[in-house]
Design a protein around this ligand. Structure first.
Ligand SMILES: Nc1ncnc2c1ncn2[C@@H]1O[C@H](COP(=O)(O)OP(=O)(O)OP(=O)(O)O)[C@@H](O)[C@H]1O
Ligand SMILES: [Mg+2]
Length: 261
């Protein structure tokens, strides 16, 4: 077992600052997420959560600050650049194509080609290989759907969001980032996505989860990053604080000096 001092965060940010004219989106914000951890990010509207996630997923460039991947300084010039380096992001608005099958969605933009000249020159898809890998991946996550060959439009909202989450888990080698993945879902459907997030975490992949839903956050998170006025003001563990403590820290009614790992 490594001591706490030796633990290196998989993804870390230091001193991120992003202004839009006079509007402060981020002001000297830090973040750390460790292996096998669900890090929830909470904060009031406008606290800078989405901006923070956009910087970490390469969608925007910060004015100042640094990002580290396994302790090494790194830059993400675009979302595809971040993806190539192992960071996958799931957005609230479904990033799935309804008229395509689950298999096609899972491999969208990363299709497997047939071996040899058929794939390299004629760009023929290896459908059998993709079908098999899709089935393996879904059963490994114990994600129950009738068949991976059915179109996503035939799924419930929760199942469709599950496909987006499963897709990111399949390709992320370092971190999965999720901005409000349960926001549009009902209770049962949220439960399904929560189960899926837990399975991904248990496979060792760290997850950064933005959510406004305190019961979800307290149910799922290993650590809770609290963002206020563009910066991180505390990191707490759900077992050490109540939901009303977390809200009080978020709004500034309560101050703590706590940066749990
Ligand atoms: N592209 C932009 N142009 C101008 N201002 C922006 C832009 N993006 C964000 N902001 C501002 O930066 C601040 C932080 O926004 P951000 O979207 O990161 O907050 P948030 O914590 O995600 O809020 P919410 O909970 O409402 O999603 C807000 O005041 C917002 O209006
Ligand atoms: Mg937001």
């Amino acid at each position: 077992m490594m001591s706490q001092e030796q633990r290196v965060p998989v993804l870390a940010a230091k001193g991120l600052t992003k202004h839009y004219g006079h509007v402060v989106a981020l002001e000297n914000a830090d973040l750390e997420v460790y292996a096998g951890q669900v890090l929830a990010v909470i904060g009031d509207n406008g606290a800078g959560k989405s901006t923070l996630i956009k910087v970490l997923s390469g969608a925007i460039q910060p004015d100042k600050g640094e990002i580290f991947l396994n302790g090494q300084p790194i830059r993400f010039n675009s979302p595809s650049d971040a993806r190539r380096q192992g960071i996958e992001t799931v957005y609230q608005n479904l990033a799935v194509a309804p008229a395509m099958t689950i298999v096609e969605n899972l491999f969208l933009g990363r299709e497997i080609r047939r071996p040899g000249i058929l794939g390299s020159v004629f760009r023929m898809l290896d459908k059998k290989q993709m079908l098999q890998q899709a089935q393996e991946h879904m059963s490994e996550l114990k994600f129950r759907i009738p068949s991976v060959t059915q179109n996503v439009e035939t799924l419930s909202g929760g199942q469709a969001q599950g496909v987006a989450v499963a897709r990111s888990a399949a390709f992320a080698s370092k971190v999965v980032i999720m901005d409000e993945p349960m926001a549009a879902l009902g209770v049962k459907e949220s439960g399904m996505v929560i189960d899926l997030i837990r399975k991904i975490r248990d496979r060792g992949l760290p997850i950064i989860l933005i959510s406004h839903n305190m019961p979800h956050v307290f149910e799922l998170a290993d650590c809770i990053h609290i963002q206020r006025l563009g910066r991180r003001v505390a990191v707490i563990k759900p077992k050490d604080y109540t939901m009303s403590d977390a809200v009080a820290i978020m709004t500034g009614a309560k101050e703590v000096n706590e940066y749990a790992q």
